[in-house]
Design a protein around this ligand. Structure first.
Ligand code: ADP
Ligand code: MG
Length: 616
């Protein structure tokens, strides 16, 4: 056992490949990163049979000289760093000099490259890491790497691969995520000769987001932009009403590198807490720029994770920024959007949906490498954005003032709620439907409010505000109510006496373990509040503390608001409906109930015109 040997380069390479090259998507990632490091602004990725048969990545980057070509396949050969200190000022995606030798050691690889200043290019062919040939070749400037027979000499790994469709899906996800981190680069991805995905490379993030998520989804997103010291954050986040079942629609990039990060995900989820239902996730594209010295990229074999200094500070910055932008935006779910968004996993190619397995997509565009087309027309986006109601926003105060306001439709005074500019539209109640919905007219068309969700949000914020401002007002009950509680409910009560007091519940102990309820919060109706309080204790006794709402008060307030709010099916007077609309316009988060359901949806004037075929 003591006969230690140094492994030959080829064996060592094959072992190293185990860490870097796990499946076709890893090859794609490494090759695309090399193209980006070479300064390419066009990258074409072609795979066949999910990448199991072949993977080709072609770029228009700087290319390599003959000497560089022969060096590139040696282990730890890199042009990107010269010493360990360089890791602190890293501006490239690669730096270990491992990818090419690792990929080459487990496949058949052909690389063709030409520098822009040279007249002839170079072609190198390797099999299982061994160079078969190196010779001059005619080719266009840039580099093209073709990988076939992946894992031919590591059968265990080959067996480990999933179906072609699954592998292709992983490649699509990766290319899309990288493209979101690099809006200035044109990407084209083909699977079995079909165009699956492409970006225009305009340098505008909105164009990349539209290419990945589709124009409709992009319209339901809010642009983010913030700076703090030498850290800057840009991107797009979905309105809370647009949410998904999984986190896979969250893309995060640091200094142009797509990475996964649990702590960033948590910051994003916290920003949306109470705005979207639990177990649902927003669509997010965020790009963080900071000093290279503030991050360590060298902590993960595939460089999919980074370590950021002051993680907590950065997480707070991200959370606060998202929250702030969501609060100052028009968050009303677009009626039209809901109809079209019933499919989860679709990629858009010029509005032709192609599913993850790469089938369908009739009439997909066929493009040659290096001839990427003009891209998806998202010029409309700006136009659509301008149609937003922001400029006409008015706050209804009472019916008289409403009428005044209606006489001055051009008034553009943005109302302020708690010092923030509110974009809540000026709405005029038309009537009640079913009777579950309040129908109202507004600046942009027809608005439908869910009476329960809207009222729930109002009560929730009223209660929470008074709790945060030192305590709610109480109203004393004419007849105090003795509470009969089981052990668990009693424990909840005793543990939270102060919380209940802050909310406006006046309780008095009466002998051992018995309590009398003497007062209830002023903003709850007396007939229901006593039962609501008992229900609340029961419910809390069963579920215990609910971490997702942040603190216990929030959990209590959420439940109380739900119980106290007008139910669907209750008939409402015009005054009651007007009061709901007015109060809703004044709350901090008017567009969703505390559980994250939408409070109102709109059908725009344009959509009405389309429905009645008034436009083409
Ligand atoms: P790393 O990217 O960590 O430097 P790689 O093994 O991926 O290591 O690549 C080795 C070297 O080959 C790179 O440092 C670079 O100089 C060169 N290279 C690889 N791919 C390309 C490309 N597409 N265009 C130009 N040079 C490339
Ligand atoms: Mg590399």
């Amino acid at each position: 056992m003591s006969r230690i040997r140094i492994l030959d380069d080829i064996t060592a390479g094959r072992i190293a490949a185990g860490e870097v090259v796990e499946r076709p998507v890893s090859v794609v990632k490494e090759l695309v990163e090399n193209s980006l490091d070479a300064g390419a602004d066009q990258v074409v990725i072609e795979i066949t049979e999910g990448g199991k048969e072949s993977i080709t990545v072609t770029d228009n980057g700087c290319g390599m000289s003959q000497e560089e070509v022969s060096l590139a396949f040696c282990r730890h050969a890199t042009s990107k760093i010269t010493c360990a200190e360089d890791l602190y000022s890293l501006k490239t995606l690669g730096f270990r000099g491992e990818a090419l030798p690792s990929i080459a050691s487990v496949s058949h690889l052909v690389l063709k490259t030409k520098m822009h200043s040279e007249t002839v290019g170079h072609r190198i062919e390797l099999m299982g890491g061994k160079v078969l040939s190196l010779k001059p070749v005619g080719c266009s400037p840039g580099t093209s790497v073709m990988v076939t027979d992946l894992f031919y000499n590591t059968p265990a790994r080959r067996k480990h691969l999933k179906s072609k469709g699954t592998e292709a899906g992983l490649v699509v996800d990766m290319v899309q995520n990288i493209s979101l981190a690099r809006p200035g680069v044109r990407f084209l991805l083909r699977h079995n000769n079909r165009v699956i995905f492409r970006t225009p490379g305009s340098g505008r993030l909105v164009d990349a987001v539209s290419s990945v998520h589709g124009v409709e989804v992009t319209r339901e997103m809010v642009e983010i932009r913030a700076e703090k010291g030498n850290v800057s954050l840009t991107g797009f986040v979905s309105k809370p009403s647009l949410n998904r079942k999984t986190r896979s629609h969250i893309t995060f990039a640091v200094n142009g590198r797509y990475v996964r990060s649990k702590f960033i995900n948590r910051a994003i989820e916290e920003a949306y807490s109470g705005l979207i239902p639990s177990g649902r996730y927003p669509v997010v594209v965020l790009s963080l720029e900071l000093e290279p010295a503030m991050i360590d990229v060298n902590i993960h074999p595939a460089k999919m994770e980074v370590k950021i200094n002051n993680e907590n500070e950065i997480a707070k910055f991200i959370k606060d920024t998202i929250r702030k932008h969501l609060q100052s935006s028009d968050l009303i779910l677009n009626y039209n959007y809901k109809i079209r968004s019933n499919t989860e996993k679709y990629y858009y190619v010029q509005n032709i949906p192609v599913n993850a397995s790469g089938t369908a997509g009739q009439g997909s565009l066929e493009l040659e490498a290096g001839q990427i087309g003009e891209g998806i027309d998202i010029g409309k986006w700006d136009l659509l954005n301008k149609q937003k109601i922001n400029d006409q926003t008015l706050l209804p105060v009472n019916v008289k003032e409403e009428q005044e306001a209606l006489r001055q439709p051009c008034a553009n005074t943005k109302s302020k709620v708690n010092g923030k500019v509110s974009n809540f539209p000026f709405l005029q109640v038309i009537g009640q439907l079913l009777p579950t919905y309040i129908i109202a007219g507004g600046p942009d068309g027809l608005y439908i409010l869910d009476q329960h969700a809207a009222h729930e949000r109002i009560i929730f914020e009223e209660l929470l505000n008074s709790v945060n401002n030192g305590g709610n007002h109480a109203q004393m009950l004419l007849r105090p109510v003795p509470l009969e509680l089981n052990y668990k409910a009693l424990t909840v009560l005793q543990e939270n006496l102060n919380n209940f007091k802050t909310l406006g519940f006046i309780l008095e102990e009466f002998g051992s373990g018995t309590y009398i309820l003497r007062g209830i919060p002023a903003n709850l109706s007396t007939e229901k509040a006593v039962y609501q309080f008992i229900d609340l204790l029961d419910e809390l006794a069963v579920t215990g503390r609910e971490e997702s709402y942040g603190d216990f008060n929030r959990a209590i307030v959420t439940r109380l608001a739900c119980q106290a709010a007008i139910k669907s099916g209750e008939k409402l007077s015009l005054e009651a409906m007007n009061a709901i609309v007015q109060k809703l316009s004044r709350v901090n988060e008017p567009y969703t109930c505390p559980h994250g359901r939408p409070t109102l949806v709109k059908i725009t004037e344009r959509e009405l015109a389309q429905m009645f075929k008034r436009t083409n």
